[in-house]
Design a protein around this ligand. Structure first.
Ligand code: FPP
Ligand code: MG
Length: 326
């Protein structure tokens, strides 16, 4: 069963709202490359994890979810897709979800503008919520988006930095991945008038889930084939990303000097050799254990929310993240 089916969420409704974000902008001609690219990108599948989190969050409110919840869920996907457009440019990635990345089709300049527009369109959409009690709505377009950009910047600052600390790695992962997920659950809850305490618990749940997600992503870069990843395996190492498996392997006195020799000019053979060394060490199992720790933290929060029927949806999310195979 697909995740949205297990959560009993109608994906068509979300997809319709996502489409509206561009088609309802009267300043954007329907046949323009901008509109067509966004429709193609947002229509090309994807698990809609973040929108689903917004909807699940809303099930912890005191009122039923309404149009605002749906708009927030569409906004979350827009921010996510915008960030991936920019990410693929930065990473020089040819493929996204197995398809040619946008910049390979439109050129880098257009793709940058399309990403910027999507991010700005969310601000435009949400700016109509301007009352004092609506303030939380902007957490998605302001705080979470700023954290996303900051995380990406922190990652770039530490390319091939083998002295990166665990704390720096975790902070970058939190900013880049976990806090958007946390915010999705929180704004979903507040959009249905949850209490602040419950919204905060959901935020913490989303943060723990997101940390586990990012660590899993870092592990998959070592374990999955290019076919499954939709991009070449080992891309992180090749691009100088010092992820958790690398950080753990760097603690091994024999592995450390070999890893440290990998730099921008390393050959594919050298990178492949180090990949195999790391795979042959206990670094992946130990990274998996850290990821499991975050899932256990998330699980403890679910227990605190057990009086809500929707706690079962958090368990569904947890199971999905625990068994994630991309
Ligand atoms: C995926 O990273 C990328 C992110 C989670 C965030 C990227 C954020 C930006 C580029 C900032 C720009 C933001 C906006 C809103 C315009 P990855 O390369 O580790 O994962 P991948 O394997 O999916 O490429
Ligand atoms: Mg990338």
């Amino acid at each position: 069963m697909k995740l949205h089916e297990s959560l009993n969420i109608d994906l068509n409704e979300i997809n319709h709202e996502i489409k509206n974000l561009v088609t309802r902008d009267k300043d954007v001609p329907k046949k323009s490359q901008l509109a067509q690219s966004i429709l193609e990108l947002t229509g090309s599948g994807g698990k809609r994890l973040r929108p689903l989190m917004v909807i699940v969050g809303s099930r912890f409110g005191r009122k039923p979810a309404g149009r605002r919840t749906l708009q927030l869920s569409a906004a979350a996907e827009f921010i996510h897709v915008a960030s991936l457009i920019h990410d693929d440019i930065i990473d020089n990635a040819e493929l996204r979800r197995g398809e040619p990345a946008l910049h390979t089709k439109t050129g880098i300049q257009s793709a940058v503008h399309i990403g910027n527009y999507m991010s700005a369109r969310v601000i435009e959409l949400l700016s109509k919520y301007s009352g004092d009690k609506d303030r939380y709505v902007h957490d998605l377009s302001s705080v979470a988006t700023a954290q996303l950009c900051l995380g990406e910047y922190q990652q770039m600052e530490h390319v091939f930095d083998y002295d990166l600390t665990l704390e720096q790695y975790l902070e970058k992962s939190r900013n880049k991945t976990a806090l958007l997920m946390a915010t999705c659950l929180k704004v979903g809850a507040l959009s249905a008038e949850s209490t602040d305490e419950i919204a905060q618990l959901l935020y913490d749940f989303g943060e723990a889930l997101g940390m586990s997600f990012q660590i899993q992503d870092d592990i998959l870069d070592f374990t999955q084939s290019a076919d499954v990843l939709g991009k070449p395996a080992g891309s992180d190492l090749r691009q100088g990303q010092v992820t958790l498996p690398v950080l753990i392997a760097l603690k091994d006195a024999e592995l450390a000097p070999v890893i440290r020799r990998i730099g921008p000019a390393s050959s594919a053979g050298d990178v492949a050799h180090v990949l195999e060394l790391i795979k042959g060490s206990d670094a992946l199992a130990r990274s998996e254990a850290v990821s499991q720790d975050y899932l256990a933290q998330a699980d403890a929060i679910v227990q605190q929310l057990s009086s809500f029927p929707a706690h079962a949806d958090l368990e569904t999310l947890l199971r999905y993240f625990a068994g994630r195979d991309h």
